[in-house]
Design a protein around this ligand. Structure first.
Ligand code: SF4
Length: 372
């Protein structure tokens, strides 16, 4: 078996760690690129959502490098993610590829079915042999997400501009070269320390929450590296979803039948009462939470034709009005014009910075008036 998997932000770090630890032969799909998307868009139905097209591109690029077994996560529920696995299988089969698609998902059969599929990874060894590698892989993913989050905090405040980008670029390049889990962890610890050592200004920055469909939020290729763009404009971005968090909520907790505390669902209730698939509930709920938490604005990102996010987009004006919360919506697809979107982000950022300045000036004037 030569395994592969689709890209989705830091997920490759987790899978690479797992496969390295278990001695599984694998092909790391090339980083998502315009070429990946072109391949995927060519062979997927036109109206399929963007993540499916990119996944197809990832698989074909990996199969051409020798992969024969594709591991993906799956789900059931109201949105199209529920039939991704089947679509992947059919598209690849129609193209004449005979790679096996293994969907790792918690379905109505519970944890047992997932374990049976995971058995493919153990190569005949006892299932218990998966426990330690899985734990290490999840730990690596948590560390990778923590590094990302830290970089969103240091970038807008760094005294020497470009330091955070340099640390992150170094880390990403070296990560592809690590040959063992020990090396991966050492690199991550070192990166975290390098970020913590960056000298920072003490100032109050404009804060923006990033909400939307999980794939576009997590995969930098599809969100134009939004946190980096905002960070380099001096704005602190806070992403509402991380893949480590998704795994915790949807695989670990569901598998163990542990109830999650869903603060976002409570916050979303006046606007959207139930889960409608994808991350619409999170988009609305987290926007409300950002507004209540004093954030200056939110950016909603989602792929064209994403049904749940279209519904959320329709609700956003009400949240905007109730909380006086500026928001920017970016809808991504294979013909997204990067330059046009960068101009919109730039204009949105300028507006938020100006709003904050005006608020602060007003506050100062009120204090002065009180003193006189
Ligand atoms: S959440 Fe949206 S983009 Fe993701 S699978 Fe569902 S419909 Fe497609």
């Amino acid at each position: 078996m030569i395994a592969t998997f689709p890209h989705m932000g830091n997920i490759y770090i987790m899978v690479k760690t797992l496969f390295d630890e278990m001695g599984i032969d694998y092909v790391l799909p090339p980083k998502c690129s315009k070429k990946t998307l072109e391949i995927g868009a060519k062979y997927s139905p036109e109206m399929a959502c963007l993540p499916l097209k990119i996944n197809i591109g990832n698989f074909i690029e990996s199969i051409e490098k020798g992969a024969d077994t594709i591991f993906i996560t799956g789900a059931c529920g109201p949105c199209r993610f529920g039939y991704y696995a089947e679509m992947h299988r059919e598209i690849l089969r129609d193209l004449g590829y005979d790679a096996e698609v293994v969907a790792l998902e918690i379905n109505e059969k519970g944890l047992k079915d997932l374990i049976a599929k995971l058995k493919k990874l153990t190569g005949g060894k006892k299932l218990a042999s998966l426990a330690k590698p899985l734990f290490k892989a999840y730990k690596a993913l948590c560390m990778a997400d923590k590094i990302d989050e830290l970089s969103y905090q240091t970038r807008p405040l760094e005294i020497t501009k470009g330091q955070t980008d340099k640390v992150i670029d170094d880390y990403r390049n070296k990560l592809l070269e690590t040959k063992s889990v020990k090396e991966t962890f050492e690199l991550m610890r070192d990166t975290e320390q390098r970020l913590l050592n960056i000298e920072l200004e003490r100032k109050d920055t404009v804060k923006v929450g990033i909400v939307g469909e999980i794939y576009t939020l997590i995969e930098p290729f599809t969100n134009l590296h939004i946190e980096k763009i905002l960070g380099n404009m001096g704005i602190t971005a806070h992403r509402s979803l991380y893949i480590s968090q998704w795994i915790k909520e949807h695989i670990i907790k569901q598998g163990l039948h542990i109830k999650s505390k869903k603060e976002f669902a409570v916050a979303a209730k006046p606007y959207l009462k139930t889960h409608i698939g994808g991350h619409a509930l999170e988009t609305i709920g987290n926007s409300v939470l950002y507004a209540r938490g004093g954030y200056d604005g939110v950016v909603q990102i989602y792929p064209l034709t994403c049904m749940p996010e279209i519904v959320a987009d329709g609700i956003m004006p009400a949240v905007r009005k109730d909380y006086d919360l500026p928001s920017l919506t970016l809808v991504m697809d294979e013909i997204t014009g990067e330059a046009g979107y960068l101009t919109r982000i730039d204009a949105f950022a300028d507006m938020l910075i100006r709003r904050k300045q005006l608020r602060e000036e007003k506050k100062k004037n009120e204090v002065l008036l009180l003193r006189h």
